[in-house]
Design a protein around this ligand. Structure first.
Ligand SMILES: Cc1cc2nc3c(=O)[nH]c(=O)nc-3n(C[C@H](O)[C@H](O)[C@H](O)COP(=O)(O)OP(=O)(O)OC[C@H]3O[C@@H](n4cnc5c(N)ncnc54)[C@H](O)[C@@H]3O)c2cc1C
Length: 482
């Protein structure tokens, strides 16, 4: 084992006392991923306070050949921010870089450092009568750097797009310690390859994002949150089409969950109540939103949308949240699906996309095949139907050992699900990235041409392979140089 003393001494000189620790107790919460699927070890945890410190540290790592695992809020779903078990990598936390460097209400832009937490950005935008139009269940932990690096989605993609659509500029430290500074928000810029776009979704394998210029939109003046019961997922898809045709650009989100998923959340979430009195095969949570110009007639539009849907037999039952508190309570149910499942026991999770119109057929096929092949399991699908993206989770039979089940049957189930989604011409990762969870599956199922390009880009931007090794980029086939 190499003596890392000189490296750590030099790192401490760059970062100061607050910026570096090797205390196992302080590092421990950051060495396991949110889902508890991966645990690693780190040489130390660095918490730089500025881009200049990140740059100096990355240069030092290159000099000493020390691998770097960037980390934001550690809320990622693919183990991308967890180091391997060797203890050779430096965990690079961006959480101390949490300044909003600039807020430009007139231009509707904010320049945020990587460690700004999503919820903090929401509040800051709200205070200026603006809104950052991306949200997700992990908003209390997820950081700007993590959101950019995973190209996160969430519940407003239908109207506003995923993180890629919100990023107008980026500042990042590249593998050699140089600073790529492109924070100026240019709507048009055709100077060749767009490195900014390459960095978005690269999961820390091409550079360390230190700041981003983000797009803001006018604050919501009104929203109508609807909870609708339908018999099948196909009926939910029909309802989505109906809303797209009749609600126009007011349609902000369209989420689905099945009756048994709703029941699990109600049992888990203190004080939660079922929005509708009866049971339905599927439930849709629909949000319509309007800015000031269109706010006044939003309640009427929501009412008439629903009554037409009733008349046409597109819904079994429905309600519109009567207050902001009730609207929040509806969304709290949606956001508690993941924690409720985590509390319930072991499961394997898949973040899948297929073309929207194929979703009902795909889900029916996948549930049927998995539950038949693995007796005692329970397959559930929920999430962003409007984006053709569902989270397809397979819950273990009661009483199994979590670790053994996940490493054995769980792994085989995931292969089966990924084979299926590939057959349906979909993606094995819609919004959670690849990380270490799906790297081998990407290698197994990805288009060989795309994989070869991925490796070439990685080789070009990180020739020493020090940025988040073992994540996202599949190894080259034996005897094959990228
Ligand atoms: C309850 C819950 C619900 C969620 N719902 C959704 C959802 O609906 N949609 C969705 O897309 N995600 C969802 N997520 C996942 C998660 O919030 C996102 O993946 C988020 O983007 C991760 O941000 P983070 O700061 O926690 O990143 P981390 O988990 O710390 O890191 C994620 C990846 O980004 C890299 N990274 C982090 N910061 C940087 C940086 N500054 N520079 C370079 N690389 C970096 C890491 O190395 C890792 O590969 C949910 C999470 C939770 C806990």
């Amino acid at each position: 084992m190499q003596d890392r003393g000189p490296f750590l001494e030099a790192a401490a000189a760059i970062l100061g006392q607050r910026g570096l620790t090797y205390d196992p107790e302080l590092m421990q919460p950051w060495l396991t991923d949110w889902r508890g699927r991966f645990t690693g070890q780190a040489l130390a945890m660095a918490s730089p306070a500025s881009t200049a410190e990140v740059a100096a540290l990355v240069r030092l790592c290159a000099e000493h050949r020390v691998p770097i695992v960037p980390q934001g809020g550690n809320s990622g779903m693919s183990g991308g921010a967890t180091p391997d078990g060797s203890g050779s990598a430096l965990l690079l936390s961006l959480r101390r870089m949490d300044r909003i460097r600039m807020f430009a209400p007139a231009a509707r832009e904010a320049v945020c450092e990587a460690g700004v937490v999503l919820q903090t950005l929401h509040s800051a935008a709200e205070a200026q009568n603006l809104r950052f139009p991306l949200t997700l269940g992990g908003k209390g932990s997820a950081t700007v750097g993590g959101l950019v690096s995973t190209n996160a989605g969430g519940t407003q993609v239908l109207r506003h797009g995923s993180m890629r659509a919100q990023v107008m500029g980026i500042e990042a430290v590249l593998a050699d310690g140089s600073v790529f500074s492109a924070l100026t928000p240019l709507k048009k810029d055709n100077r060749g390859f767009d490195l900014k776009q390459l960095l978005i979704g690269s999961e820390g394998t091409l550079g360390i994002v230190t700041a981003a210029t983000l797009r803001l939109v006018p604050a919501l003046a009104a929203r109508a949150v609807l909870w609708v019961g339908v018999p099948t997922l196909a009926a939910a898809r029909e309802l989505l089409l109906f809303c797209e045709e009749n609600a126009g650009d007011a349609l902000e989100g369209f989420e689905v969950l099945a009756q048994d998923t709703l029941e699990d959340v109600l049992a888990y979430l203190p004080g939660a109540r079922a929005p509708l009195s009866g049971a339905h095969g599927w439930h849709a949570l629909i949000e319509l939103a309007a800015d000031h110009a269109a706010a006044d007639d939003l309640p009427d539009r929501a009412e008439s949308l629903l009554s037409r849907a009733f008349e046409l037999g597109r819904v079994e039952d429905a309600t519109i949240a009567a207050s902001e508190t009730q609207a929040e309570a509806f969304w709290a149910i949606r956001e508690a699906i993941a924690p409720a499942e985590r509390a319930r026991g072991p499961a394997v999770q898949h973040d899948l996309s297929v073309p929207v119109d194929r979703m009902p057929g795909f889900v029916a096929d996948a549930v049927d095949q998995v539950e038949r092949a693995w007796p005692g399991t329970h397959a559930v699908a929920f999430g962003h139907l409007g984006d053709g993206n569902v989270h397809f989770h397979v819950i273990a039979p009661p009483g199994v050992d979590a670790g053994e089940w996940q490493a054995g049957p769980g792994k085989a189930i995931s292969r089966q699900v990924h084979d299926l989604v590939t057959r349906w011409e979909g993606s094995i990762s819609a919004e959670h990235g690849i990380g270490q969870l799906k790297r081998d599956e990407l290698s197994r199922l990805g288009d060989p041409v795309a994989l070869s390009v991925l490796r070439s880009v990685k080789q070009a931007l990180d020739p020493l392979g020090l940025l988040n090794p073992g994540k996202l980029v599949p190894l080259a086939p034996a005897g094959h140089n990228p």
